[in-house]
Write a protein that binds this ligand. Structure first.
Ligand SMILES: Nc1ncnc2c1ncn2[C@@H]1O[C@H](COP(=O)(O)OP(=O)(O)O)[C@@H](O)[C@H]1O
Ligand SMILES: [Mg+2]
Length: 503
């Protein structure tokens, strides 16, 4: 259960063979790595394990401030002193203090799916420039963690310039400095967050945009009315507007007196880096989330625990968690920077933030929920998902299907899937993901893939090709394409890849 205050190694941490081997690759070699895996496969946990155990000089970075604080690192923008706009060569400057950069062995980036191509190229250029080293990334080992089926980079109003400089797409792998052959791709395959196989398979289908009508109805069985949101449930919504609306409306509805709590802030923190609000406004009865693990043993709450405020005074807050009432103290967060001393790069605190580890928690955005785990979530897709991977991220925060309720039905159009990621992950991994889904499908469904197609020849006429492309662009699922064109799913997939490459 994590939110904002840092990934911690779970009490029941298992050093699987995959973890151990991958750790050794990061720690003992200088290979560039792309470490991927489905939601909940322990990517951020492995990063934390490395942080705690390595002797290398490293920096952990992320695109979102909140992800950076969780990874106990910095944002990419602040580390390389980059502006918050489209980045061209001229934006990459020589840094005044180069010691940290010159002594780095490794850079680790979490949630790489959100890193845009221009930002990724700026990392490469800045490392080359500031280390006076023309090797890729100035000779620094790059270790990227993430899942390209999760939320994609924000392009927004930079769409024209992005289109011009990165016509093949905005992802980090569309950058000039990412080359497949220079990054070894590793997959963490064990899912730790969810244990129910059926649910995991349903999530996998959403992840790969292979949802069928039956799956949608299973999900939409979880539909509830707005006044039926169960206790201790957080609502996930696509936009900040909707989230603030839900939280403020709920707070406003309470008739108890208002209390304000101000943080003590040292050093320079950008608003978006604040681990919790600088000014927290609370009322007795408010639903809140605790954003820090309890330091007492046995633990009374963990990071992510939801509760209800039962008492407020100038300097005391009491919260009911399940059926017990606890008093909550303040927490200190540090903001890290890197410095070179002796011959070691050390993270040191450049600021602190003291506040109650609390936030209003009737609702949060799906973007901010990326990376977290909840027991109970209610999903309000409101006017609809708008980003690649957004619905998958929302649903995969829960540990079980029973832990999900829906305030709006999920529709096919809410599964937004940018097919450019398939070309990147490669046919091998794509086929593996698809065959996992098929293997787990109930027996009767296997009939969807007609056996007879196997004997069909692999010859494609132009009319077949045109038909295939037209249907594919209309998101007709592969099994249906196979049926229509009388080919096997593999043949369909191979042909699509071929046509996409050659058109
Ligand atoms: N090796 C592990 N042993 C035990 N639990 C783990 C392990 N790796 C991850 N977890 C747990 O699984 C959940 C998801 O892990 P996380 O690192 O957030 O996954 P990801 O970053 O891949 O989405 C967390 O609750 C975490 O504590
Ligand atoms: Mg993660």
């Amino acid at each position: 259960m994590k939110l904002d205050t840092g990934t911690e190694l779970p009490e029941k941490f298992v050093l699987t063979k995959e973890f151990k081997n991958t750790y050794d690759l990061i720690n003992k070699t200088d290979t560039n790595l792309f470490i991927t895996g489905k939601a909940g496969s322990g990517k951020s946990t492995l990063l934390e394990y490395f942080r705690q155990n390595t002797n290398k000089n490293f920096a952990t970075l992320a695109f979102q401030g909140i992800t950076a604080i969780k990874a106990k690192g910095q944002t990419i923008h602040s580390f390389f002193k980059l502006g918050p706009h489209f980045l061209s060569k001229d934006d990459v400057k020589e840094l005044r203090d180069k010691q940290v950069i010159q002594n780095l062995d490794t850079i680790l980036i979490d949630e790489i799916s959100m890193v845009r191509a221009d930002l990724f190229d700026s990392i490469d250029l800045s490392l080359k420039k500031n280390r006076k080293n023309e090797k890729p990334f100035g000779g620094v080992q790059m270790v990227l963690f993430g899942d390209v089926m999760q939320i994609d980079p924000i392009v927004g109003s930079d769409d024209e310039v992005m289109e011009k400089f990165y016509p093949s797409g905005p992802f980090f792998f569309n950058s000039k400095s990412y080359s497949k052959k220079d990054f070894k791709q590793i997959e963490l395959t064990k899912i730790f967050r969810q244990s129910d196989k059926k649910f995991v398979n349903l999530l996998n289908k959403i992840r790969m945009n292979k949802l069928q009508n039956e799956d949608l109805s299973i999900l939409n069985n979880q539909l509830i009315k707005r006044d039926e949101v169960p206790k201790d449930t957080i609502i996930l919504a696509p936009t900040n507007r909707k989230v603030d609306d839900i939280n403020n409306t709920n707070l406003y509805k309470l008739t108890t007196p208002t209390f304000n709590y101000n943080a003590i802030v040292k050093g320079s923190w950008k608003d978006k880096e604040h681990p919790v609000k600088k000014e927290i406004v609370l009322k007795v009865g408010a639903q809140v989330m605790i954003t820090k693990n309890d330091t007492d043993e046995p633990k009374r709450w963990v990071n992510g625990t939801l509760g209800i405020i039962t008492f407020l005074s100038k300097d005391q807050i009491k919260i009911k968690i399940k059926d017990k009432i606890f008093s909550l103290g303040k927490t200190k967060w540090d903001k890290y920077n890197y410095k070179f001393s002796g011959n070691k790069v050390n993270a040191f605190s450049v600021g602190s933030f003291i506040q109650f580890p609390l936030k209003l928690a009737w609702a949060t955005t799906i973007h901010k929920s990326q990376g977290q785990t909840f027991d109970n979530v209610s999903i309000d897709l409101d006017t609809g998902s708008f980003a690649h991977g957004q619905t998958y991220v929302a649903l995969s925060r829960a540990k079980s299907l029973e832990g999900i309720s829906l305030l709006k039905k999920i529709q096919k159009k809410d599964i937004i899937f940018d097919a450019r990621v398939l070309e990147f992950i490669g046919q091998k991994l794509e086929s593996k993901y698809i065959s996992e889904i098929l293997k787990n499908a109930p027996k009767s469904k296997k009939k969807i893939m007609p056996k007879s197609t196997k004997s069909n020849s692999n010859e494609w006429t132009t009319s077949d090709d045109n038909k295939l492309l037209a249907l594919y662009k209309r998101n007709v699922p592969e099994f249906a394409l196979a049926k229509i064109l009388k080919k096997s799913i593999t043949q369909i997939r191979e042909r699509i890849m071929y046509l996409m490459k050659n058109n």
